[in-house]
Design a protein around this ligand. Structure first.
Ligand SMILES: *Cc1c(COP(=O)(O)O)cnc(C)c1O
Length: 444
């Protein structure tokens, strides 16, 4: 028995490697997350539904705080933001990186101290800037030349100087997909250090009495799984710091390396090693600064996906199973309106049957959504039990980041609710979008 059981158990454990740490199989074939069976959540809150494992979010915040003990950790709110998550990360000592007045207002209303908030954005609206000034955010990241005078003009004559960072494009290609690479000159974010526009902007900021430049920011892209591009970025940034010191006598007090830390969506994928990242980055900054005779700047890190992504699970109900000549399609009650990532970036997921045991062997199927779009595919060519049928529940792990924050009202199906789970309890933190919600905007 043990010889048969042991490899099975190891394989089962491996399959759960991309699920929250609290995930455990139940004898009935279901899984529990945060001590709550997924079928129970589906019954109680309906489907599709998103679960967020509180302990997993908190544990990931602690992992960062531990790996970067002398850095400011700013959770990138665009990965997923609601009041509850803002509160969890703030309680863990993190701040927030926001990119609109909306995210900013929500964060402050949830109790995140404004001085722990950074406002980003390649095209900040007048509302974004006035909300930032009114609420007193900690830093504003300058992303264009025109923004410098616009921001300076918005600062009142008796106001304190506004602390700003400059978003520098270091000229590095990194990230899992062209649409999420932000380290090169071929995309819209930041000011290039290779064509001199970053240096030009810095000179301009230093001449603005309303603004106080505290340091430099760069963000290479998203879903990066190697330490290497960060190492190259630190080298280029410390090089720039040395040149700025020589040219303007400017001392960079803060170095913000952005986020982009990759996670595993499927058991065969690997995540970026945060401890290795911290060690390597720290060593490189120390060495670069020592060589140039510069003081070591305070580090800022902005993880988004790596905090929220692995803590989320999406649960769908199967609505239809269709066999064509070439494929079996399993259609669920959600899709690209709650998870646009497969359509946007061609990413792949590992869905799993939950809620019952299946005696059937695996079949290769394509899991699709319910939307009127042929590209509405959640997972192509994945193994699921051959007897999968309407009414079954499918769960998708690593669903906590860039799903609901990018959700749409496509086909007016309404966005799914978010349920927080912890210690055997589940509670609704964002309710389902109703038809009334949707129709109330249509004032006709
Ligand atoms: C999106 C973004 C992040 C977070 O990226 P992740 O890939 O979610 O870690 C951090 N900083 C900035 C400026 C961003 O735009």
């Amino acid at each position: 028995m043990t010889t048969v059981d042991a490899p099975l158990t190891a394989a089962a454990a491996d399959e759960l490697s991309v699920w929250p740490a609290s995930t455990a199989p139940l004898p009935c074939g279901d899984l529990e997350v945060g001590g709550v069976p997924l079928a129970e959540v589906a019954d109680r809150f309906g489907t599709p539904v998103y679960l967020l494992d509180e302990a997993e979010v908190r544990e990931r915040c602690r992992l960062y705080a531990h790996a970067f003990p002398h850095a400011d950790i700013r959770y990138a709110a665009k990965a997923f933001l609601c009041r509850t998550v803002a509160r969890w990360v703030a309680e863990e000592g993190l701040g927030l990186d926001v990119c609109s007045a909306g995210e900013l207002e929500l964060a402050v209303a949830a109790g995140v101290p404004p001085d722990r908030i950074i406002l980003h954005g390649n095209a900040k609206s007048p509302d974004d800037l006035s909300a930032a000034l009114r609420l007193g955010v900690g830093r504003i990241t300058i992303d264009s030349m025109s923004e410098i005078t616009r921001l300076a003009a918005a600062v009142g004559p008796h106001d304190e100087r506004v602390k700003v960072l400059v978003r520098v494009v270091p000229g590095i290609s990194a990230g899992a997909h062209e649409k999420i690479q932000t380290g090169t000159g071929a995309q819209k974010f930041g000011l290039s250090m290779t064509d001199g526009s970053a240096q030009h902007a810095i000179a301009r900021i230093l001449a603005q009495p309303e603004l106080e430049l505290t340091g430099l920011h760069c963000h290479l892209g998203s879903q990066i799984t190697s330490v290497k591009p960060y190492l190259t970025a630190v080298r280029r940034m410390t090089g720039l710091m040395a040149r700025l010191h020589r040219s303007y006598g400017f001392t960079t007090r803060e170095l913000d390396l952005g986020g982009g830390h990759g996670i595993a969506y499927r058991p065969e994928e690997s995540a970026l090693d945060i401890t290795a990242l911290a060690r390597t980055v720290r060593a490189e900054i120390f060495q670069g600064c020592a060589a140039a005779g510069l003081p070591v700047p305070r580090l800022i890190i902005e993880p988004g996906r790596a905090i929220a992504g692995p803590a989320g699970v999406a649960v769908y109900r199967v609505l239809a199973v269709k066999h064509t000549e070439s494929r079996t399609f399993v259609a669920v009650d959600g899709g690209m309106s709650d998870n646009p990532r497969p359509a946007l970036y061609g990413v792949r997921y590992a869905p799993r049957l939950v809620g019952r045991l299946s005696p059937a062997g695996p079949a290769r199927v394509t899991v699709v959504g319910r939307h009127c779009e042929a590209g509405d595919i959640l997972a192509s060519d994945v193994p699921l039990p051959g007897d999968i049928r309407p009414g079954d529940l499918l769960a998708v792990p690593a669903a906590g980041a860039y799903h609901l924050s990018m959700a749409s009202a496509y086909n007016l199906v309404g966005r799914p609710p978010v349920v927080a789970v912890a210690d055997g309890h589940s509670r609704l933190v964002v309710r389902r979008e109703s038809l009334d919600d949707l129709s109330s905007r249509d004032v006709g």
